[in-house]
Structure formats: C-alpha cells, structure tokens
Design a protein around this ligand. Structure first.
Ligand SMILES: C[S@@+](CC[C@H](N)C(=O)[O-])C[C@H]1O[C@@H](n2cnc3c(N)ncnc32)[C@H](O)[C@@H]1O
Ligand code: SF4
Length: 420
C-alpha cells in the first residue's frame, strides 16, 4: 500500500501556477495523506471480487440503457415523447450546510431557503428505497440536493441502488466527505459510486468562503478533500469530477481550476451560471468568458478529461443546445414528486412516484396532465426555456440518438467517456 501511495506525494503541477492567495498545497496534501491512511484501514478497495461485481453491475446498466434506447427509438418513431428516462436526479433533501450566492433550484428558489421554509417533508429511508425501486428502469441515479451528504442514510440508499444494478453518481459540495469516509457506514461508499462530482468554484479559500457563506477553514476542507479523493482513487475506480459554476466574478478562478484539474487528472465539469431555465446571457457573451471557453475546448481536444465531449461542451458553454426532450431524464424532488414534464417549466406538475409501481406508470400519470410531445421550444403549451445546465447535454445527445442513427448523436462516446 505504501508504495502505491508514494506517487501522490508530489503534486504534478505543469499548467497550474500557484497564486499567493492559494493554499499551501504541500501542507494540504500532507493532511490529505494522513486522512487517506486512516480511511484505507477500513475502506473496501478494488480486488478481484469487487472488480467482478463492479463489471457485472456496469454491464447490466449498459444493457438496460441499450434496451431502453431501442424502446425509446420506437416511441420516437411513433411521435411519442414519453421516454423511459436514462437517469434521474434525486433532490434527497433541500437542507444544505452552505448558502451559495448562485444556488438555484431551476425554479427561482435556493435550496437552503426552501429548507428553511420547511414546506416539504423528506422521504424516510424506506420510502427512499421504494423510490429507487419504482425508478429502477432508468439506468442511473444522480444523488443530489441540497446537500446529499447531510442525509445519514446516504450509504444505505447507495447500497440499495447498487443492489439494483444502477449506475450511481453524486453531486456534493464536498465539505463533509473526508470525515464521513472515516465512518464504518461509508466503507463501501466509493466502491459503489461511479461518478463523484464536487463543486469547486475557486482555489482561493477566502473567496470560496464568501461564495458559499461558510468559514474559511471549512472552505479549505473542500480542497483537502479533493486531494484526499485523488489519493483514494488509486484504490477504488470512481470518476472524480470538479464542477465549476462560472460567474462573471469567477472567470479567472475557472482558468486556475481548469489547469489544476488537468494537472491532477481530475475530470473538469464547467457550466455557466443559470438563472432558473436560462443561462446568464451577459456572461456567455463576455470576451474573457469566451477566452476561457476556448481554453477549455482546447484542453478537451488535447484529451484532458472532461465531463462531456468537446462538441457537447462547445454547445453547452456557448448556450447553443438545441434539442431537448424533457422526459429523457427525471427530476425527483425531496418529497418523492417527479416534476413533469420538466422541473424548469414554471407550470410543471408533480407526480408522486411512490403512488406508482414503476417509472412507466409515473410518466403515464404525468402525460395525462401535460403532453410531453414537442414540449421544448417557444410558444403556447411549450416550455419557453433555454436551459444550459449540464444535464441538458444529455437531453441533447440522447435526443440526437433517438432522432438520428444509433451512432450519429455521440451517445456511446458520451456514455463511454463517463465510464472511463
Ligand atoms: C444544487 S447543487 C446540489 C449539490 C451540492 N449541494 C453542491 O452544491 O454540489 C448541484 C449542482 O448545481 C450547481 N449549481 C447550483 N446553482 C447553479 C446555478 N445557478 N447555475 C449553474 N449551476 C448551479 C452546483 O454548483 C452543484 O454542482
Ligand atoms: S452547496 Fe449546493 S445546494 Fe447548497 S447552497 Fe450551494 S449550490 Fe445550493
């Protein structure tokens, strides 16, 4: 184990140049090392048995994706846009230990504010499992919030979705994960997680602290935790991704994060700040922002790991996504309600997933209320949105695969990229 750890002592900075406001990386990496050694005492790591289980689960998820694609293509040919979703985002809780300046729930609200208003009850662990069972025809689950790591039953729910052969992803602010991994309940967490996405909007702890409205030491923990996960990835094959919300105030920070991620071998997931169902149009026309996008696309072309292909990033970051079929993925709220047909649509209805046996029934109930056919676009009875969130890349490339040939829309390239 010691010999496998050794290569992480050095931080291989090539593109990235530390700035005086940035942390002392060597000191932070030493902290990450100490924590990694403690966690590795109990962490389930990749051995022959785990490898077999992982391959089997991913293989079954891919087969399901294929079968659903065929069924969805038949639906598309019939003009029926009520698809079997490829994945669903589950807002497990609105609660959050941060109050980020840019936080948006796609509907004009901020998650921590929604939690404080206290209008909704979250699902119990058993109800959470029931939700996962109802939604099991989707290939992947995206654990989200609010802050998903605030839920004590997160590892138990993850074990459950793993048993159902789901492909698992999580989006977290990353502040708690280091300490949580020390807990026995978290021993399988990384082994069961396929993609771990941590929000990262600056490398300056004081700036992070003011963006997230938390103490600077707490903000610094996020950076330490990312270094920790980089080390643990030597033993468990999850994909470690940094999600950067680009705002006018953080364009320079995003340049640094791009370099930092590329040097450390992390997947980079950039997105322009959205306001509800619209990207920040002033930002996406800003010359410095456009320079940043060029730099990201150049790195993507050079083969540095990115969350999506160069083509998709180009469309996303220039807010040029065109094709969207909202039923391609679902957004499940903390009370188990599926927003239909799209969470960003102000007139969306909520379908209680727990009242149904499977996702087909959930969608059928939604379709009776709002017809999802040709829903995206401008005009009466349409969404009238222009979203450019990362998940809209999926509605675009999956939509391409539904309309065009299997191999024309880049679907397999995108899924392959996620698994790599
Ligand atoms: C709502 S958060 C929930 C998960 C977790 N609390 C976090 O922040 O990582 C999911 C993702 O949406 C991003 N996000 C939040 N508000 C956004 C906005 N206005 N535009 C674009 N992305 C946003 C966050 O940075 C995060 O990566
Ligand atoms: S950490 Fe996530 S949920 Fe919490 S305030 Fe920030 S963006 Fe919103």
């Amino acid at each position: 184990m010691e010999s496998r750890l050794e290569k992480y002592i050095e931080l291989p900075f090539k593109h990235y140049t530390p700035r005086k406001e940035h942390p002392d990386w060597e000191a932070l990496n030493r902290e990450a090392f100490i924590l990694a050694k403690s966690i590795l005492k109990h962490l389930t790591i990749l051995d022959a048995r785990q490898n077999l289980k992982l391959r089997k689960r991913r293989f079954l998820a891919i087969i399901k994706t294929f079968k659903n694609l065929v069924k969805n293509k038949i639906k598309m040919a019939r003009g029926d846009h009520d698809f079997i979703p490829i994945f669903y985002i589950w807002t497990m809780t609105n609660a959050c230990n941060f109050t980020c300046t840019y936080c948006s729930n796609h509907r004009g609200g901020k998650y921590p504010d929604l939690f404080k208003e206290g209008r909704t009850k979250i699902l119990t662990t058993e109800q959470g499992k029931q939700l996962i069972k109802v939604m099991r025809d989707a290939s992947a689950i995206y654990y989200c919030g609010g802050e998903p790591t605030l839920r004590k039953d997160l590892p138990e729910l993850l074990d459950y979705s793993t048993k159902l052969n789901m492909f698992n992803m999580i989006n977290t602010n990353g502040s708690l994960i280091g300490n949580l991994l020390l807990k026995p309940a978290y021993k399988n967490f990384l082994m069961h997680m396929d993609v771990l996405i941590i929000s990262l909007d600056s490398l300056i702890p004081s700036k992070l602290a003011s963006l997230y409205n938390v103490k600077e030491t707490f903000a610094k923990n996020i950076l330490r935790n990312i270094l920790l996960l980089r080390i643990l990835r030597e033993f468990v094959p999850f994909k470690l991704t940094a999600n950067t919300v680009i705002t006018k105030e953080t364009i320079d920070d995003s340049f640094d994060i791009l370099d930092w991620c590329n040097d450390l071998g992390l997947t980079f997931s950039p997105v322009a700040m959205n306001h509800g169902c619209n990207p920040d149009l002033e930002l996406v026309r800003d010359p410095t922002y456009l320079e940043l996008v060029d730099a990201i696309l150049e790195r993507s072309r050079s083969g540095y790991p990115m969350i999506a292909s160069t083509t998709m990033l180009d469309r996303l970051l220039h807010a040029k996504l065109e094709r969207c079929y909202p039923a391609v993925f679902d957004h499940v709220d903390n009370d188990g309600g599926v927003y239909w047909p799209c969470k960003s649509y102000p007139g969306a209805v909520k379908i209680n997933a727990l009242a149904w046996n499977n996702v087909k029934e959930v969608h059928a109930a939604g379709s009776k209320l709002i017809n999802p056919n040709h829903f995206h676009g401008k005009g009466a009875g349409k969404c009238n949105g222009d979203c450019a969130w990362m998940q809209d890349c999926v509605t675009e490339f999956y939509g391409n695969a539904l309309v065009e040939g299997f191999f024309d829309g880049g679907l397999f390239k995108e899924i392959g990229g996620l698994l790599r």
